[in-house]
Unconditional design. Sequence first.
Length: 221
Amino acid sequence: MTPIIDVGGEHRSLRDEVTDAVRDLITTGRIPPGARLHERRLSADLNVSRVPLREAILQLSVEGLVDLEPRKGAFAAPLDRTAVGEIFDVREVLEPLAARLAADRRTPADLLALRESVRGEVTASDRAASHAHDVGFHEALIEAAHHAVLDRLMTPLQHHLRRLFLLTSSIARLDMGDEHRPLVEAIEARDGALAAQVARDHVRAVRAATMPMVGERPTPA
């Protein structure tokens, strides 16, 4: 059987490549929320032994993408109201900080990347393309903040946001291009206070649109 992902790159450790591969399976929904991670099947699909796979699963549990249950195994973390609410709690703190820093530290190249992401969101031909530009916008925002610690904190959060999009992709959402444009304008004007407020208002608007779509975590039998 041909592996679905061929790992083992030249410049990165096998553990890192396996972690990336399993993370991608979870964040793209090929392993859906709550599903068990079957080691034998995954090791065959990825063409690796169970040792780097187990190391990858441990790393993903640290990132909050995998739940480890004693005597039961590893499961893709659920996306219920508690989990989604906590994602927005963190976004509401970190994204305004990123916006304020970006307004102070952004470069012409940063502004160009932000504008191109907004343009892509507005002109995207389908929801998948729009989502890709949405992800790109948030990555460009963190880049524009030029803050190493914030970058390290936001990276795992972005993985959770990709999963969250899958949950709500079939339902009408806010026009992200229109939502992000005022933020870019505030950053361009170097108005940190306004940029932080716009970012906070945006997170709250997305939260209000998202939470009604999210169910409660099932009660264990």
